[in-house]
Ligand binder design. Structure first.
Ligand SMILES: CC(C)(COP(=O)(O)OP(=O)(O)OC[C@H]1O[C@@H](n2cnc3c(N)ncnc32)[C@H](O)[C@@H]1OP(=O)(O)O)[C@@H](O)C(=O)NCCC(=O)NCCS
Length: 166
């Protein structure tokens, strides 16, 4: 007889909390399941490797990490900003608003830190709803599809120039 599927909560009921040290392996497993092994070759990874996140947020279902996002320090044309990603939600809990709440948490965090802009590499059809637009003037440290390099700016014109670890 096949095993009964593991019970999993409702996405809307799960609080978003700060990532703790003990979440590390759960976050890695979730991200690996969502993106696969190729992600380390990506230009986005060059902005993260060797850096310490400004913040990380998770949703847990019991002990299991079912949602995760991290925010990293970068500079765009010399101006301090935040780089969002990776963001991942357990496939069984998608379309329940968890992804949106993780993004909003990052935007609030960036604002609280006085950072005017949040940059990411991702799908415009998803991130457009949060105010992300093409980052026309941002030059990443490697190849990236310009349609996927997105920025959300709190006030004023979007910062432009070389993007580097902050
Ligand atoms: C992207 C992701 C984090 C969204 O999490 P989520 O909890 O499902 O997000 P929400 O519930 O807030 O939003 C779901 C909506 O976004 C849409 N959506 C999800 N991913 C999308 C994408 N890549 N492009 C366009 N729309 C997308 C869903 O179809 C759904 O639409 P609906 O509201 O019309 O049903 C999740 O799908 C995921 O982990 N994906 C795999 C990893 C990934 O692709 N990360 C982002 C890189 S661009």
């Amino acid at each position: 007889m096949p095993a009964a599927p593991e019970s999993i909560g409702d996405a809307a009921d799960l609080p978003i909390v700060s990532e703790a040290t003990g979440d590390r392996f759960g976050v890695e497993a979730l991200v690996a399941a969502a993106f696969g092994p190729g992600r380390f070759a990506k230009t986005a990874e060059r902005l993260r490797e060797g850096s310490t996140p400004l913040a990380g947020f998770v949703a847990r279902d019991g002990q299991r990490v079912v949602g995760s996002v991290r925010l990293w320090p970068i500079r765009i044309g010399g101006e301090p900003a935040a780089f969002l990603g990776p963001i991942a939600v357990d496939a069984r809990l998608r379309k329940g608003g968890l992804g949106a709440r993780l993004v909003e948490q990052c935007l609030a965090e960036a604002q609280a830190r006085g950072l005017r802009a949040v940059l990411l590499v991702g799908d415009a059809p998803y991130f457009g709803r949060f105010g992300f637009v093409r980052a026309e003037g941002a030059r990443l440290p490697g190849p990236a599809d310009p349609k996927r390099v997105l920025i959300r700016t709190q006030t004023g014109a979007a910062p432009a120039g070389a993007v580097e670890k902050g």
